[in-house]
Write a protein that binds this ligand. Structure first.
Ligand code: M6R
Length: 628
């Protein structure tokens, strides 16, 4: 969704804003723009499409433009009005210029009022309307801050706005009412605001997350926070972010997606080490007491999430019910929030979201808290709304994920849920200690196996062993009408995730199915134009999967099998074959999802690259879905 940056300080702002927007690219966008204060006058460069288009316009600008030390920038993901240069931000009304993230729900009423007062908006956006409101307030004699506070009271919806005015050059003001906003001041006195911490990290790791209803005012050397309603100055403690700017670079990889898939051995270890107590007599003791307490009280667990996070939730449900014997309900956040639900007072609602900003997931957590139900968040982003609003939080330590398609964060979410299951099993003694000790021991082997799979020291995709196996398969497929992913047990969530990943980055038609469900409908579509990706390791569901594979074979569909090393039966029935590593044979079947995950991700990645898609920034997708 939209991204905001603002800068005011002692350095030329243009490139800082552009670099900041590049850090926000992952959120998804269709147009971009920046506004700079040049000699007390606002100059705007904006365009549809990639940031590079705006950069080209900037290259034609004067030296003064490039020397300006304050400005604001924006990446737009269209909601009100098509993607176009006119609708791109910043929007200027008289001496005021603004960028906006979120949705103004009372835009129709506001537009009618603005037209009635004789103004003529140039764009179809809800955002531009705010500029007219600000302008009118300032015409009534209010300062920029007061005008913004007064206008904020009239806006309905979830939003963040950052503004500047030619009347107060050098001042950048931001307000948050829903959509996230982060501010910082570095040791030189450069102030920045942005939609997330990433654009600020090259300057400082000490950042302040605004709460809804707060305003930040930045001028060179000074950053102040205010309550939006009362206008009172408030003190806000900064948060120290552990991520560094270099973790946001591609480091020689052709794509972020590949880099992030290859980072999985490292981030798996990090998450394991951070979530569990390092030296403990019990194999699955949590490092954080609050997390332990809240989990132990739960007699029923409700997992809420969207997209890939929901798939991690499905794995979590299977693990928690099997290992810890606690009933788990898994819900799409966008459904759960709108339906009548009934929960026991002892229930725990867990929101899973890599970004921690997904509007639907966040609203469920807020609603539940309001109802007095315990809430816990699993998220990758420190300072995110979900992390701050839930009663307790478990961070996945995946580091920044720039590729829009979630990869390493999925693995870390899944791992966190597995650790919940094992922790609860250990405390509730639903598994004997030998089983738990084995699981703990074998979790330590997973990074090594993942490392062998991705061969992460090799950045050239052709040289990685698994891609060397996948690429010839994809090259020999010829025409394909669609991909069906199938799996049973723990491999069903992976089938769903494999299909989602493939469609996201290749735009191929792909569906994920529980193997046993194929014959209840989807089987009607099978013929040689369909490739069935069968995730069928030798696990407790293996023999049932074999029968389903025979049914697929009999309908003439082609089968790409992902299975246990040395499985000659599976290999013989499959048209194409990807064997799991030999060392995975001795791993407990509960842990196999961690080993299979890079296979489905790399398959999607390789297909996207084969079809020359923009795998890091697939069309129409946003990394952080902050609208409902
Ligand atoms: O940030 P979240 O985990 O809450 O995001 C949820 C979904 O929007 C996200 O997983 C989406 O499905 C991604 N495009 C997956 O690659």
């Amino acid at each position: 969704m939209c991204g905001i940056v603002g800068f005011s300080g002692f350095r030329p702002a243009a490139n800082i804003l552009i670099q900041g927007l590049k850090y926000l690219e992952y959120r998804g966008y269709d147009s971009t723009g920046i506004a700079l204060m040049v000699d007390h006058k606002i100059q705007i460069k904006k365009s549809q499409g990639r940031i590079e288009n705006t950069e080209k316009l900037m290259a034609l600008s004067s030296d003064q433009f490039h020397q300006s030390t304050s400005g604001i920038g924006h990446t737009r993901w269209a909601t009100h009005g098509k993607p176009s240069t006119e609708n791109a931000h910043p929007h200027k009304t008289g001496h005021v210029v603004l960028v906006h993230n979120g949705i103004i729900e009372n835009d129709l009423e506001l537009r009618a009022g603005i037209l009635a007062r004789g103004h003529f908006p140039l764009s179809e956006t809800d955002s531009e309307l705010i500029g007219f409101l600000l302008f009118d307030e300032m015409e009534r004699g209010h300062s920029l801050e007061v005008a913004l506070r007064r206008v904020s009271q009239t806006l309905v919806g979830q939003w963040s706005i950052v503004i500047m005015s030619e009347r107060e050059p050098g001042k950048v003001i931001g307000v948050r009412n829903g959509s996230p906003l982060v501010a910082s001041i570095d040791s030189e006195g450069n102030v920045m605001v942005a939609s997330d911490a990433q654009p600020l990290l090259p300057f400082t790791q000490s950042v302040t997350f605004l709460e809804p209803g707060e305003m930040v005012v930045g001028t060179p050397g000074l950053l102040m926070f205010f309550d939006l309603l009362t206008g009172r100055k408030i003190h806000r403690e900064p948060t120290l972010i552990k991520w560094t700017a270099d973790r946001m670079e591609k480091n020689g990889f052709p794509h972020y997606m590949l880099k992030e898939i290859y980072e999985q051995p490292k981030v798996f270890t990090q998450t394991l080490q951070e979530v569990l107590l390092p030296s403990s007599s019990e194999p699955f003791n949590f490092a954080n007491e609050k997390n332990s307490e809240i989990l132990l009280k739960a007699e029923e667990i409700i997992l809420v999430a969207c997209g890939t996070s929901w798939h991690a939730g499905l794995l979590g449900k299977y693990w928690i019910e099997k290992i810890a014997k606690i009933p788990v309900q898994l819900e799409y956040a966008s459904e759960y929030r709108y339906r009548e639900t009934c929960l026991r007072p002892s229930a725990l609602v867990i929101g899973i979201s890599q970004s921690g900003e997904t509007a639907d997931t966040l609203v469920v957590i807020r609603d539940m808290k309001r109802k007095g139900v315990s809430t816990l968040a699993i998220t990758n982003v420190q300072g995110s709304s979900l992390a701050r609003e839930a009663d307790a939080v478990v961070f996945t330590h995946a580091g920044p994920e720039i590729g829009v398609a979630a990869t390493k964060t999925f693995l870390c979410q899944s791992l966190s849920l597995f650790l919940f299951a094992a922790f609860l099993a250990s405390k509730r003694t639903t598994q004997n200690s030998d089983v738990l000790s084995r699981l703990r021991r074998e979790l330590n082997f997973i990074p090594k196996i993942l490392n062998n799979i991705s061969n992460s020291t090799i950045k050239n995709s052709e040289s990685s062993e698994i891609l060397r196996a996948i690429n010839p398969i994809l090259n020999s497929l010829g025409s394909v009408k669609g991909f069906f992913f199938m799996g049973r047990g723990h491999c069903f969530p992976l089938a769903l995730e494999g299909a989602l990943k493939l469609k996201e980055v290749s735009y191929d038609h792909a569906e994920g199915h529980a193997s046993g469900e194929l014959k209840h409908g989807p089987i009607a579509m099978l013929d040689p134009s369909i490739v069935v990706v069968a995730i069928a390791p030798q696990d407790p569901w293996y023999t049932k999967n074999r029968s389903n594979l025979e049914e697929v074979k009999a309908r003439g569909a082609r089968i790409l099998g992902i299975g246990t090393y040395g499985d000659t039966y599976l290999q013989s029935i499959c048209d194409y074959w990807l064997a799991l590593p030999a060392e995975a044979q001795s791993i407990h079947s509960d842990l196999l999802p961690f080993i299979i995950t890079p296979y489905i991700q790399l398959l999607a990645y390789a297909r996207g690259v084969q079809l020359q898609r923009d795998v890091d920034k697939p069309r129409n997708l946003a990394k952080s879905v902050t609208v409902e």
